[in-house]
Each structure stands twice: as C-alpha cells, then as structure tokens.
Design a protein around this ligand. Sequence first.
Ligand code: THG
Length: 371
Amino acid sequence: MNQKIQLTPSGRIRKSPYYEATLRCGVQAFTVYNHMLMPTSYAGPEADYWNLVNNVTMWDVACERQVEISGSDAYRFVEYITPRDLSSLQVGQGKYAFIADENGGIINDPIILRLEEQRFWLSIADSDVLLWTRGLACGLGWDVQIHEPDVSPLAIQGPNNLPLMNDLFGDWVNDLKYFFFKETKLEGIPLIVQRSGWSKQGGFELYLMDGTQGDKLWEAVMSAGKKYDIKPATPNNIERIESGLFSWGNDMGLENNPLELPLGRFCQLDKSAEYLSREALQRINSEGVKNKVVGLVLGGDALIGGCESTWQIFSDNKWCGKLTSVAHSPRLNSNIAFATVSSQLSEIGTKLTVATPWGSRNATVSSIPFI
Ligand code: THG
C-alpha cells in the first residue's frame, strides 16, 4: 500500500502544454487521464485544499480533452448520444450531460459546449469518447466530422478568482453566467474563457487553443496572480467530494446508468429528440433502479489519502455495495465518501458497514453535497 511506484514515460502518455511549467512549480504527483499526465498534488492534498478553499489556485487540466463534432448532422448527433434535452443550448453556452450507450451505460459525463449551431465540443472526463463517437457516427452514416482539436484547459478556481480574472481580461467576465463562454485573446494567445471548473469554489476555465503557447499562458496567469498569492493546485479529491462532484471511472462508469446518480435534473427521458439510450433508460426507470450512488459519512479516525480501489460495503453482514471515493474533510472534521449501494439501502440515515484496509467502520448514508 505504501510502496511508491514510477511511471515509465512514452509517447502513449501524453504531456500537457503546461507540463514544463508544472515541473517548475514543484508538482509532486501525477495521474493519467485521457492518456495524458495530469498533476494531482503540489503542497500535499490538504495544503492544496486550503489554497483552493481560502484563496485562488490554477490547475493544469489539459487532460480534459475536447472532442469536436461538426457537420450538418452535428446537433442531431449530440442530442443522440445524451438523455439530456439540449434544445435550449445556445451558441456560447455549455451544459453538463451524460453520454449513454444503448444499455444506458455511462460512456462519459462531459460539459457540452455549443460553439456554432452545428459545431460542438464535448469537454470530456477520462474515457475514449473520440473512438466511441467515431464508431457510432460510422454506423449511423450521418454527416458528422469528429476530431480532437488542439485545446487545453487551464482552470482558475477559488473564492478570489474574480479580481484576478478582471486584471487579466477586464470586467466583461463578471457577466458570464455559469457554463457560458466567450472567445478572446490574452497577450495574443487564443482562448475560450468559460465560467466553469471542477470545484464549488467559483472560477473560470481558459481553453488554450494553441498548445505551443502553454508556457506563455501559465506565466501570464502566474504573474498577474502574484498580487493575489495564487498557488498552483489540481482538482482536489477532498473539495470535490465535499461539493458532490462525481468522477467518471471512480464513482460511475459503463456499469452504471444515469438514473443511479442523484443528478436527475440532467436527464429528460421524454425529450423530443431521438437518443440512443431512450429505450433502456425508460425501461430501467419503469422497472425501478437497482443501485444508487449515495453519500456516506464514516466514523472513526481520519481516513487520509483516499482509496486506491473500491472498498466493500455490508448491511447485516450481507454485501450490498462498494465505496468508490473517500476523503477526510477538514472543514466538517469527518470522513466523507461516495458509494454505490442497493436502492433499498439508499435512504438517508441508513446504517452500513465499510470494510476498509484498516478494519471495519460504521457508515451512515448522507445527503450530497456534504457542504
Ligand atoms: N471542466 C471541463 N471539462 C470537464 C470537467 C470540468 N470534463 C470532465 C469533467 N470535468 C466533467 N464533469 C463535471 C461534473 C460536474 C460539473 C462539471 C463537470 C459541474 N457541475 C455543477 C454541479 O453539479 O453543481 C453544475 C452543473 C450544472 O448546473 O449544469 O460543474 O470541470 N471543461
């Protein structure tokens, strides 16, 4: 468990345009996400957490790759892959949506950005959406072109994000509503600026549209951020669990369907556009969902360091699910987690037992978000 391993570099593990900059800033650990190195720690999970929660941070999230869909059937195709109704999605707006297959399985949970009437970006979590959408488009025979553009997001997150954004871009950013975006330039660097980010601390994402200028963008933000004591950081496991943000590949995947998550507002099963997962999801919805993704609070000492793989969950000594993410919340002073459990055990207040690597812990189903 405590043994540190090394990753063998090769062309299959891509480097972000901010890679060199993150090394200069003292990055301590990476994961691999969309076949790209993604920083996961600088000062340590808890110190990074306080920088994010108290101040302002910038994150290399170039691994949130874009899958661009264009062509005369682009809108029809994007509606086809999601149970979310996109009919009100405007040019210049994004929406969070599930991509679901013919069984209702979750392929990914991107933000879908509408760049033109018939041009979209799927800003994806960690799965091979490029390949899946290309295969689907080939089978359908529709007029869509699909590729991965040279786009690399850099996130600015934390309560002091706005004064920094104003210094960088001016006052217009104040009027951007959540998930809306605008194309602009910073010192000649082509960007899309969106009010978004994988935390609930507020902020923006700068989608760099020229990978050769990653270092220049990083330094421009860093030097403007000095005044605000900006710190390099990363998507933070503690904060995102507190905030109820789920991670594809951890808290959900192909074996889950969107109805198992407490995110019903992102599914309109009777939307008018045709979509691939309609039959499966309507059937699951009428038969009843077998499993639910829930929040858990675990008793006992602080569980530091998350889980490397799932932990099993029991009710009356019978297996009933698995814990998929865990952290110790310094603000709540408790151990908080996400888990998938049988629906009949998903009521708030239900008592369960989790088998951790350090022995059994009592757990109680709780509402999400935790904060
Ligand atoms: N930014 C960008 N791309 C991404 C992510 C991101 N791709 C991968 C991953 N993150 C996608 N997952 C999410 C999950 C939740 C949210 C954003 C991306 C999110 N949710 C808000 C919530 O749950 O309250 C708001 C959702 C809404 O109201 O529409 O922000 O972070 N570029």
